[in-house]
Design a protein around this ligand. Sequence first.
Ligand code: GRF
Length: 203
Amino acid sequence: SNIVVLISGGGTNLQAIIDACKAADYPGKVVGVISNKADVYGLTRAKNAGIAHCVLSHKDFSSREIYDQALIKQIDLYQADVVVLAGFMRILTPEFVQHYQGKLINIHPSLLPKYQGLHTHQRAIDAGDTDHGVSVHYVTEELDGGPVILQAKVPIFAGDTAEELALRVHEQEHRIYPLVVKWCCNQRISMHNDTVLFEGKAL
Ligand code: GRF
């Protein structure tokens, strides 16, 4: 399958997926990387891996709708089968989300449905939680609200800073995201009426 990854930053999750694709039996390859920000390190990672990449800056478009149409055009040029959001810091229009329904996934650094939105690590610490983690989910029109495919938990230790906790979560992100992307590529998972099916059965 053709994987297109959307980024806005450093792209450590992108790197984890690129690396996973090197396995001979991995059922997909990253054919394109799109960033809404210029000069981010994730683009260098794409370049170093010989992967087609481009910047589509939201600042060059007059509305979210027109930007998302351009995004669709570019993703379809790459002939994507699976669209992976990896630190892509943009809210997507319902039109975009519907266009890729069932092949669009996101990674969110919390145990959803807890802590949708930003600053998840600090919020988990401030709440006195002892567990935190990461979720990979299908993208639906509700921000950070689509059905969860896979989560990984990490402990929160007394005295943890948000940075320390983020590092611990990142290790899990890099483990589970390539795995879920693989399941999308070999179609072991699918979404029906907002539920995730694994090999045709509800999780
Ligand atoms: C990750 O923490 C991910 O969970 C969130 O954005 C961050 C992206 O990090 N959605 P990177 O660019 O993959 O390093």
